[in-house]
Design a protein around this ligand. Structure first.
Ligand code: SF4
Length: 140
């Protein structure tokens, strides 16, 4: 599915308060209201369905996008993984947390909100990120 990242020179509501777009348990009505009036609403919804696991995109919640993917027979692209990733379950989870937290932090979501969004305590996320970074450094 070809769904490019939605760009515009006009202001987008999510740029003002990115954390709200990644809060857990956003309702369908709330998601619609948050994105209403955005100049790239439709394109953003398509992009979000094709690419995004977390947050509100194009007025659609995570669950709404999962349903849309299921209806269209789509799956999300796999996260890029380091070569030779070990099968150890905790390390795999640490690497996933590092990847996902980097993605959300890069979008301007605060660390506390990222930890909450990924189902970790602040300390738990910090530890997981440290273990994952150590592994990556040793593997390189
Ligand atoms: S439609 Fe997309 S770009 Fe616009 S406010 Fe919503 S999430 Fe942001």
């Amino acid at each position: 599915m070809n769904a490019p990242y939605p760009t515009t020179t006009l202001p987008k509501p999510c740029e003002q308060d990115p954390e709200s777009w990644y809060a857990p348990n956003v309702t369908r009505e709330r998601a619609r209201a948050m994105c209403s009036g955005c100049p790239v609403l439709g394109a953003c919804a398509e992009y979000g369905i094709a690419r995004e696991r977390y947050g509100v995109w194009g007025g659609l919640t995570e669950r709404a996008r999962e349903r849309a993917r299921a209806n269209k027979g789509l799956t999300l692209p796999l996260h890029p993984r380091p070569q030779n990733q070990p099968k150890d379950a905790r390390l795999a989870r640490d690497l996933e947390l590092l990847h996902d937290s980097e993605e959300l932090l890069g979008r301007g979501v605060g660390f506390e909100a990222v930890a909450q969004r990924l189902g970790c305590s602040r300390h738990g996320l910090t530890s997981a990120r440290t273990r994952a970074r150590k592994h990556l450094a040793e593997a390189s």
